[in-house]
Design a protein around this ligand. Structure first.
Ligand SMILES: Nc1ncnc2c1ncn2[C@@H]1O[C@H](COP(=O)(O)OP(=O)(O)OP(=O)(O)O)[C@@H](O)[C@H]1O
Ligand SMILES: [Mg+2]
Length: 422
């Protein structure tokens, strides 16, 4: 597939060639942060290889992403395409996760790492490298960054290249690198979406509609903002609720489960319509002081009505998940990643692609006496902790169940599409 490349914007050009600018070429570090989809990865990764190849021969380099899989997918595959077109020779020894890259009479070795892949962290200790490239550094632990940058300290003219989207203001990368540019001998370039020449105004507007609250500040405005206040600020009773009569019938059903006893437990029933591309939250079953037998009963009734649908469960109680499975329920451990789960749900709410049935919570199971409109109570009360980038653990029972359901459902759909494309 041929990709048309537009002439880079001035910030894109800078992140590729800063090491040639007389004013900056003696700096050790480049940091590019800011909005999503601005070309940071595309231009920095190319610049990194060009710099390494131009300045060194027979050296090692470190290239790191959040995981090796995401690094390969987002960075290495498009990078190799471009390098080959520019006349570089690239050998990808997948078993060693090492690229051998040759241009002219220089050959160098680029080792790939996942900052979050614990097993790779030890390996980085064995290498001496002339430079390190970190893609999405804010998603990697500081220990990994310190280890990797330490591997280059002894090589003259080594350089560090970082890019990321902002996280919270107390994040180590903000405090120890961005706020310390002088000591780190670093130059920083901040991107916004207008720095990518191929994005149309419509695409920028669409992206703005996908992110809400703190995620809007970080991913669209590119600010290191703290999470503060209500977690789902865009939820509107007018715009995110729907009359049950208006819900389409072509739904693909699934459930989320948050276990509880003294805290409320909750099962939410959702449906996705391929036609409208919207998720409908049809019902919640939220109760206190109910044993697992009760939840099995609720889930079996749902299964009777909607078939063998998935129940995406809180994995914190494996014995409950196992019990569901023993009862013939399609119980699956959900991915509980809090921030990206919230980001997904917040985006659906903002774009009005999550609609809650108006009388949900009125009809629960035949057996209950104590059903409550818990969802509506929680959605306006669920708030961020003051300093930490995490929710206050209150008013979160239905919302956790809903987050597990939605995040896991879309994750599975999206990975199914990816596999299909391959
Ligand atoms: N000058 C350009 N010409 C053509 N395509 C471009 C150009 N700049 C960026 N792109 C494309 O824009 C998209 C976003 O670029 P890239 O992934 O490098 O952005 P990013 O800033 O790293 O985003 P994120 O912060 O989300 O990781 C990619 O598909 C990339 O190929
Ligand atoms: Mg990127």
């Amino acid at each position: 597939m041929t990709v048309t490349i537009a002439p880079p914007s001035s910030k894109q050009l800078f992140s590729e060639f800063w090491w040639l600018y007389p004013k900056y070429k003696n700096k050790t570090t480049l940091i590019a942060d800011g909005s999503i989809r601005t070309g940071k990865t595309m231009w920095m990764s190319l610049g990194f290889v060009q710099w390494g190849t131009h300045e060194f021969d027979g050296q090692n380099f470190i290239m790191a992403g959040k995981t090796i899989a995401s690094l390969r997918r987002n960075v290495i595959v498009p990078l190799i395409n471009r390098l080959v077109r520019l006349g570089y020779r690239v050998k990808d020894k997948q078993s060693d996760n090492c690229l051998t890259i040759t241009f002219g009479n220089h050959t160098n070795y680029f080792y790939l790492f996942g900052g979050k892949d614990e097993s790779r962290q030890d390996l980085v200790q064995g290498i001496t490298a002339a430079g390190c490239y970190f893609d999405e550094v804010a998603l990697m632990p500081e220990s990994f960054v310190n280890q990797a940058t330490g591997r280059a300290l002894t090589v003259p003219n080594h350089k560090y290249w970082f890019n990321c989207n902002p996280a919270g203001p107390m994040h180590y990368f903000k405090l120890h690198w961005i706020d310390d540019l002088k000591d780190k001998d670093a130059v920083r370039v901040t991107f916004n979406m207008y720095d990518n020449p191929i994005l149309t105004n419509k695409e920028i507007e669409d992206a703005k509609n996908m992110y809400s609250g703190v995620f809007f500040d970080r991913y669209i405005l590119g600010k290191w903002s703290s999470s503060d206040g209500v977690i789902y600020p865009d939820f509107s009773k007018d715009k995110n609720m729907i009359d049950p009569a208006d819900i389409p019938t072509d739904l693909d059903y699934f459930c989320g489960v948050d276990w509880g006893y003294s805290h409320y437990g909750s099962i939410v029933l959702c449906g996705y319509s391929e036609n409208t591309k919207k998720v409908y939250m049809l019902n919640e079953y939220t109760h206190q002081y109910k044993e697992i037998d009760y939840w099995v009963d609720v889930a079996l009734k749902i299964q009777d009505k909607y078939g063998d649908i998935p129940f995406y469960c809180d994995s914190a109680r494996p014995e409950h998940v196992a019990r569901f499975q023993e009862e013939g329920l399609n119980a699956i451990n959900a991915d509980k990643s809090v921030l990206i789960g919230i980001e997904k749900l917040a985006g659906l709410i903002k774009s009005r692609r999550l609609l809650v049935a108006k009388d949900e919570a009125k009809t629960t199971t035949d057996t209950d006496e104590d059903s409550s409109e818990t969802f509506l109570h929680e959605i306006f009360e669920y708030v961020w902790q003051k300093v930490k980038d995490a929710p206050v653990k209150e008013h979160d029972h239905v919302l956790d169940a809903l987050r597990y359901a939605i995040f896991e459902y879309f994750k599975e759909r999206e990975s199914a599409v990816e596999t299909y494309n391959i």
